[in-house]
Structure formats: C-alpha cells, structure tokens
Design a protein around this ligand. Structure first.
Ligand SMILES: Cc1ncc(COP(=O)(O)O)c(C=O)c1O
Length: 465
C-alpha cells in the first residue's frame, strides 16, 4: 500500500481485516460457546475486502498490474457482488479500471454501491447454466481474452483468494480464541474462506473441525457426505454461498460435517441475530448461524465454535428484513383465510396499507408512490375509500401546470370506484384488471386492501409450489 510514482493508496486499505470476534450469548447454543467473526465490519461491509486486496496485490507482485499507470490497467472479474465491492475499493485506491460481470439477480443496492465506487458493470443472465456463453463467468473470461493487457481475477481459481484467509482470517481467529477452538462453521462461494482456513488450521490445530453450512439446493453438502453430487442443483435465495459445482479454489477434504439450511431458516436466523444479539448480518450470515446453532445443540460435551458474519445486512433490508418481500417469496405464512384476503399484501386493518386523505397534496401522493414503490394509492375518509389516485391521474392533472402539484388529492382522484368483496372468487379479479384497474377490496363499505396484477401473479406462483 505504499506510494507509487503517480499516486498513493489511502489509509482505508489498512482497515481491511482485523475484525472483532464476538461471543453470542442470547441464542440457545446447547453446551457450547459460539463466537462470530464480524466480517461485516470490513470497509465495504464484507469478508471479500480481504481477497480483493490479496488478489490485486498478488497480481502486482507477479507484474500483471501496475498501480496508477497511465492509461490505467483494467481488472475484470465475474462476481455476484461482494468480491466486486472489495475489488472496487482496492481498484479505486490504486488507480485501476474495474469491469465487473454480474448476474441479473443481485441486490440492486450492491450494484449501486459498485457503480458509486467507480466500477463499470456488465449485467448478464442469471438463468443460464455454467458453460453458456452468457453465464457470468464465461462472459468475463471472454471479455478478458478480447482485451489485451487486462487482468482476469478469477477468484474461483485464484490462489491469492484462499491465501488471504490462510494468512489473515485464520491467524486472527486463532489469536482471538486464545488458541482454544474446536470447530469453525463456514459457507462456500468460491471456496476461498474454507480452503484458506482449512490449510491454516491443518497446520496449527489439526483437531479443529471444519463444518460446512450450505443452502438447500447447493450440491456441496452432497459432495461432503458422499463425494459426489447426488441430485442436480436447485435454486436458493441466500446470496454469496452455495454452488452447482466444486470450484477449483475449494478444498472440501477437511470437512466431515455439512448442514443443509433452507432459505426460510437462514432468514429467520439472520433476523434473530439482529433482534437477540444486535448484529445486522447478510443472508448468508443466517445460513452460517443456523448451521452453527444446529451443530452446537447436537453436542453432548462443551465445545468452542466460531462462525462468520460474512457481510452486512444493509444490502438486504429490502429483501429478507422486509416482511412483505418474505411474504411474496412464500417464506412467511399468514393464517389462510381462503378468500381474497390471502392476496392482499398490505392489509389496511394491520396498518400495512399506504393511503392518503382527500386534503393531502398531490406532491405527498407522488412522494408516497415513490417511497413505497406503488403506482396507485387509495384515498380514505375514515375507514371508507372515497377515491383512488394513480400515476396517470397525477400526470393528467399536472401536465398543463406543474404548480398543480400543490392541489389537494381530491381534485385529481377518481371517485367512481369498483369495489369487490373479500369472499368474491379469484376469477372476479380478471375483468377488473382487464379494464386496467386495481381491485379495491371492501367489506360492508370498509376498506380492506388493494390487489394488483402483480399480487395475483405472486399468488398464482406460490400455488405452483
Ligand atoms: C456473502 C458471502 N460471500 C462470500 C462468502 C465466502 O465465499 P468464498 O467461499 O468465496 O470465500 C461467504 C461465506 O460465507 C458469504 O457469506
């Protein structure tokens, strides 16, 4: 991180690693003591800052990259997010251009963070198998081959990835545990963490057990238990861990125990980590914690166990920390009513509906549409809906005179309403949608909630199982 001819990397790179280890004391851990290594406290909020730095500095040592050169050297990587952030941080500090190829299922917040750090993003399909030309790893390799002088990081096969954990994360854990540790529970994305920790502990404390936390749908738990994948890979919502192949950087040979964790349990565990222990971890933190808790509770003798909080939950506030998202994914069950209530995501009686009063300004209507990401809002007088205002009502009202944004909602809302009773059949929604309306569900004149086309699509998707 020293000075170069044309620039100096900032002090932030010195903040990578050296993360705290915290004991969990409020979750049921059987006879064991359980500690978490807070990798969410790295500068970009994840464990991947360590490998971003390690892989770039290894390439510099090998003469493949020169910091602050003119024109700048280009680094290319295929990444589902966190490695990209680690690379982007280091690239910005060291004057590199960074091009990241990212599958299109990643949290929007990660992409915004990457762009803000100056990375160039190429989105590609997330629904194609490895080997397909549009798979993110294939595409990154091809772009690197077409761009002379660029450096393809390839974290899945880059030896500096496990090395960061062998020389950093591992020794830190060993020190922080006072050289007294029985098991480490980790997840696998590229396998860098697992391989690096395995190598380090094989040397200093070979009795430390390596335990795999794997999302249901990933093939790695099968490989640990039977040496091969028994069923084709499925899909999972947890981000950053789980694979449909064993990456070249992933050495599973020291893992004897693996836990398969369903998404619902991962999300539930991450939320308990926040509520009970005060740590805002990402989705994979939930997977690792769930596996670590299962492991601890199965023990008959006290053991000292470490797991990781690989990234921060900030990026997932709109996903697993959002009850409506969990509901859309079918991961929160609400008591079934057997009627249209089952399709209403934000129920008025539960305080979930976004509403306006007729006296509110159209500016407020517009702000609420943006804030809650809805295109229409019911207008209420007491418990009754007296109108509805949508984006096109706003536009029609304003287009001649934008000052009319201060007019009351009552001047732009539609007040001839089509309501539907909660016990109407689902099929009765279709003609309403065909007329381009949303369904306003009301019972004895009282507003219950709205149903949109997307709500019906989600409902049908969940029926499919
Ligand atoms: C979000 C996230 N990214 C990456 C990793 C680890 O990945 P790798 O196997 O690439 O070291 C983890 C591990 O738990 C993770 O939770």
């Amino acid at each position: 991180m020293g000075a170069t001819a044309t620039g100096t990397a900032g002090a932030v790179l010195g903040l990578i690693g050296h993360t705290p280890l915290m004991e969990l004391t409020r979750l049921e851990r059987g006879p064991c003591r359980l500690f978490v290594k807070l990798e969410n406290q790295n500068p970009t909020g994840s464990i991947k800052d360590r490998v971003g730095l390690s892989m770039i500095e290894a390439a510099e040592r090998a003469g493949r990259l020169r910091p602050h050169s003119d024109p700048p050297c280009t680094i290319i990587e295929a990444t589902a997010g966190n490695t990209g952030l680690g690379l982007a941080l280091v690239a910005a500090q060291k004057g590199y251009r960074l091009l990241l190829v990212i599958p299109d299922k990643m949290a929007q917040e990660k992409i915004l963070h990457l762009r803000a750090l100056g990375a160039q993003i190429r989105l590609t399909r997330s629904d194609v198998p490895r080997g397909h030309p549009e798979h993110y790893q294939q595409l990154a390799a091809r772009l690197a081959a077409e761009m002379p002088g660029s450096y393809y990081v390839d974290q899945f096969a880059n030896p500096a990835n496990p090395l960061a954990h062998e020389t950093g994360t591992g020794p830190e854990i060993w020190e922080q545990c006072g050289h007294d540790l029985d098991a480490i529970v980790v997840g696998v994305g590229s396998g860098g963490t697992l391989t690096g920790l395995s190598r380090y502990f094989a040397r200093v404390a070979p009795n430390v057990e390596m335990v795999l936390a794997d999302p249901c749908g990933s093939i790695l738990a099968d490989v640990v238990e039977s040496g091969e994948s028994l069923t084709p890979a499925g899909s999972w919502l947890v981000e950053g861990i789980g694979e449909d192949f064993v990456p070249p950087a992933c050495d599973l040979s020291r893992v004897r125990r693996a836990y398969r964790i369903p998404d619902a349990e991962s999300f539930q565990s991450a939320r308990e980590l926040l509520v009970r222990e005060g740590i805002l971890g990402g989705s994979s933190s939930g997977t690792l914690l769930a596996a670590a808790l299962r492991y601890c509770r199965e023990q008959s003798a006290p053991r000292r166990v470490v797991t990781l909080v690989p990234d921060s939950g900030n990026k997932y506030l709109n996903k697993m920390y959002n009850d409506y998202w969990l509901f859309d994914q079918g991961l929160i069950e609400r008591p079934r009513q057997g009627n249209l209530l089952d399709l209403i995501v934000r129920r008025y009686q539960e305080g979930g509906a976004v509403t306006l009063s007729p006296q509110d300004s159209l500016m407020l209507a517009y702000r609420r549409m943006r804030l809650f990401d809805v295109s229409q809002i019911p207008v209420m007088q007491g418990d009754r809906v007296v109108g509805i205002v949508d984006e096109s009502d706003l536009l029609m009202h304003l287009h001649a005179d934008p000052a009319r944004l201060s007019d009351p909602v009552s001047t732009a809302m539609v007040s001839t309403l089509e309501t539907i009773a909660p016990d109407a059949p689902v099929a009765a929604l279709l003609p309403i949608f065909q007329r381009g309306h949303v369904a306003i569900v009301a019972e004895h004149g009282r507003f219950v909630g709205l149903i949109t086309r997307v709500d019906l699509i989600n409902y049908l998707r969940k029926q499919r199982g």
